[in-house]
Design a binder for this molecule. Structure first.
Ligand code: NDP
Ligand code: ZN
Length: 186
């Protein structure tokens, strides 16, 4: 528990100048906390390494935090999960997206859980508080890409996969099996 609180304080400090992309520019830390909330209270996950990694999951990708710093402060197991869900920002965006699909089946179980929670939270954000300048088409593309990533890691956690599917369906008009631009995105 103490380490979890320490991770929240660490991530809050690292993300302190960052905001989410919604119209209100919500504090960035709301997002890692939302992942831990989904894992703990919707997925019943009590593995401290997984919950701490969820809190820290965007620190290496989006702040000056290094992998070694996470090893020093939170141990090798947490740092490894964070590394597994961290995109290589030196690559073009389309390549990073392709690699997420390619890698999802091969990461550790803990990393799959964090990735699943990340996709659930981002789809929920797109429905409830989307990036302010995104078109319906862009939201649709994101939903479809997130589903392709999640489809690769199925079997990791049935309950969280069902939560993802339920959120995904909210972006798809009823009666359509295939995703389309949805009125609910507007
Ligand atoms: P970004 O990767 O730039 O943005 C999505 C990420 O923003 C999420 O994964 C999430 O990441 C973070 N985020 C911050 N705030 C929010 C929020 N309120 N709701 C949801 N996510 C939020 O964009 P894309 O994923 O779209 O990647 C770019 C791709 O988009 C390009 O490959 C290009 O093909 C395509 N594109 C499409 C356009 C179109 O109009 N169709 C226009 C431009 C690009 P995290 O969890 O890390 O915080
Ligand atoms: Zn994230």
């Amino acid at each position: 528990m103490n380490q979890l609180i320490r991770a929240v304080a660490f991530a809050a400090d690292k993300h302190r100048k960052q905001r989410r992309k919604d119209a209100d520019a919500s504090p960035y830390i709301n997002h890692p906390i939302a992942l831990a909330q989904v894992l703990a209270n919707e997925g019943d996950i009590d593995d401290e390494h997984v919950l701490i990694a969820a809190i820290l999951h965007d620190t290496v990708e989006d702040t000056d935090t290094s992998h070694d710093e996470l090893v020093r402060c939170f141990g090798a197991q947490v740092a490894r999960i964070v590394a597994e869900v961290t995109d290589d920002k030196s690559l073009p965006k389309a390549e990073r997206k392709r690699l997420q699909i390619e890698h999802a089946a091969h990461i550790s179980h803990g990393a799959k859980l964090v990735k699943l929670a990340d996709k659930i939270c981002n789809l929920r954000d797109i429905l409830a508080m989307p990036p302010s300048n995104w078109s319906d088409e862009r939201k649709r593309e994101y939903f479809d890409w997130a589903k392709r990533v999640v489809d690769e890691l199925r079997g990791a956690h049935a309950g969280l996969e069902a939560a993802f599917d339920e959120t995904y369906r909210k972006g798809v008009p009823s009666g359509h099996a295939a995703p389309q631009v949805s009125a609910s995105f507007r």
